[in-house]
Every structure is written in C-alpha cells, then in structure tokens.
Design a protein around this ligand. Structure first.
Ligand SMILES: [Zn+2]
Ligand SMILES: [Zn+2]
Length: 279
C-alpha cells in the first residue's frame, strides 16, 4: 500500500464528507491489511491452474468454484473482526456478536463466504440479521477477507485470459458482472469485475448485462455534484453501471473504493427505476 492511497483517501474525505465514515473504515483496513502477516499464506494449487481449459465465451472459472484459499480467507475474516471490534465503532456490538458466533460455530465464516461467492443474497441477509450487522458490512468484510486469495489467483492466471478476443459483459476470469466502468484517456470503456477486480475492454454502445446495442435504448445521466461521474443505463433490461471518465477526473481512487463512495449515484439510478446491476 502506498502513502499515495492514504493521501488520496484524505482528499476524498474532504471532498465528500458524507462518506467520512466509510472512508475512515476503508483507510483503517488498508493500513491493517498492509501490516498483518498472513497467518496462513495464500496458496494457489498449481494443478488447478494447469487444468484450465480455455473455451470461447467461457470465463476461466465460475464464481462458485474459484480455486480460492478459503482457509486463509476465513482466518483473515477472523482477524478483521477482531481488529474492527476493538475499535470505537457504531456497530461494535454487532461485530462482537459476530465474533461470538464465530467462536461457537466454526463453519459460520465459511458459510458466509460460500453464500457470498454464489451471490445468495437471502442467506447473507439472514446471516447478517442473526448477528445484527448490516448485510452490506458483512459483504464488505467477506470481500476484504477474500481479496488476498483473489489477488493470488489473478496473478497466477492472468496470462491465460484471452484479452483481445473477450467482448462479453462478464469477467473473463471469474464470470462475475461488473460493478463499475471507466472511460480511459482515449475514451475507450473498460469494465471492472465486482468480485476479482479484473478490468476488460467493452464497447461503449452495448449494455454489459443484456448485450443490447440499440442506441435509442441506451442512455446516461451525469452526476451534478462532481464532473466525470455518470451512470450508463439500458432501458431494455433496466440495469445501470456507474462510470468514471478518466479524461476528466484527476487522480481517481481505486474503483472498488469509488464504488463505495458513489452510493448517491446508485440512489439516483434507483429513483429513476433502474435495478441494481447485480440483482
Ligand atoms: Zn472477476
Ligand atoms: Zn441491458
């Protein structure tokens, strides 16, 4: 982690005070993740990587059977819980409840991770309610705990990805839908995977969710608060994606962070009747 990221988070906190709390948790976790030595090193089983069969239009893995190090992720989840519940936070009590739950049920964390990876919203909501934690926080922690394993996986398979011939709306590595998009310096659009963070090129005039390319059914609205932020939507499937225009924004934050601090854009999209991209 670079100091640059921390400085950027501080700048963002000044610019978007509404997200102060989310930004401070993110900042704190970035420092924590950078400082801890993994209790269990993140292991990538070689035979699984060698076994990948590259087939046209198929991602390397499906989300449910990504060869991730779940033991390492569970252990990191536990460390994150201990760290966060030792701090002054509004949801400290809930986090302590999670810790207790985890101590009495050793499979709890793995069940959350499995539900998260299979996008089983109902189970996640249930498990979150059980411990009085916001489902969003539970998902965020799960994602954070999986990150080192996802990064290890990404590094080991990145060369296998068919970069140039991939023009689908789902991630070539894990098959997940994108959570954000950006336009690069040349105005080319790239999608950012909601799970593994891989980025790939995708035509601007096509909906990533239903592949609709009728220009009269595609549109966008812009953020009035900040230049360079917009929401692209599709009237055919009613889905939307938040997009950052890198030609306008200077020093953008990592997209996973931008996603967390652009919830006002999600709200605008919902108000206009567009569905969450992952529903
Ligand atoms: Zn992915
Ligand atoms: Zn669509």
């Amino acid at each position: 982690m670079s100091n640059e990221l921390l400085e950027q988070i501080d700048r963002l906190t000044q610019r978007r005070p509404v997200y102060k709390e989310a930004l401070s948790v993110y900042r704190d976790l970035m420092i924590f993740l950078n400082e801890i030595e993994p209790e269990i090193p993140y292991i990538m089983k070689d035979e699984l990587v060698h076994d990948i069969k590259v087939k046209e239009g198929f991602p390397l893995f499906s989300k449910e059977d990504l060869p991730l190090d779940l033991k390492a992720a569970s252990s990191l989840f536990h460390q994150l819980l201990e760290h966060l519940s030792s701090e002054e936070r509004k949801d400290r009590e809930a986090l302590e409840k999670v810790l207790n739950r985890v101590q009495t049920d050793s499979h709890w964390i793995e069940s959350v991770i499995t539900a998260f990876l299979s996008s089983d919203e109902a189970i996640i909501v249930n498990m979150a309610e059980e411990v009085s934690l916001a489902p969003m926080v539970l998902k965020f922690l799960t994602h954070m705990a999986l990150r080192p394993s996802l990064d290890t996986l990404k590094e080991s398979v990145i060369e296998r990805i068919q970069k140039d011939s991939w023009n689908y709306g789902y991630c070539p590595l894990c098959g997940s839908s994108p959570d954000m998009a950006y336009l690069d310096e040349q105005g080319k659009r790239f999608l950012h995977c909601a799970l593994c963070g891989y980025e790939w090129y995708y035509p601007r005039l096509r909906c990533p969710f239903c592949e609709n390319n009728e220009s009269k059914e595609l549109g966008c609205f812009v953020s009035e608060e900040e230049e360079g932020f917009r929401v692209d939507f599709c009237k055919k499937c009613n889905r939307y994606i938040k997009t950052l225009d890198m030609r306008v924004i200077d020093s953008p934050a990592p997209l996973e962070l931008e996603n967390l601090i652009t919830l006002h854009l999600d709200m605008l999209a919902h108000e206009q009747g567009f569905k969450d991209p992952h529903s």
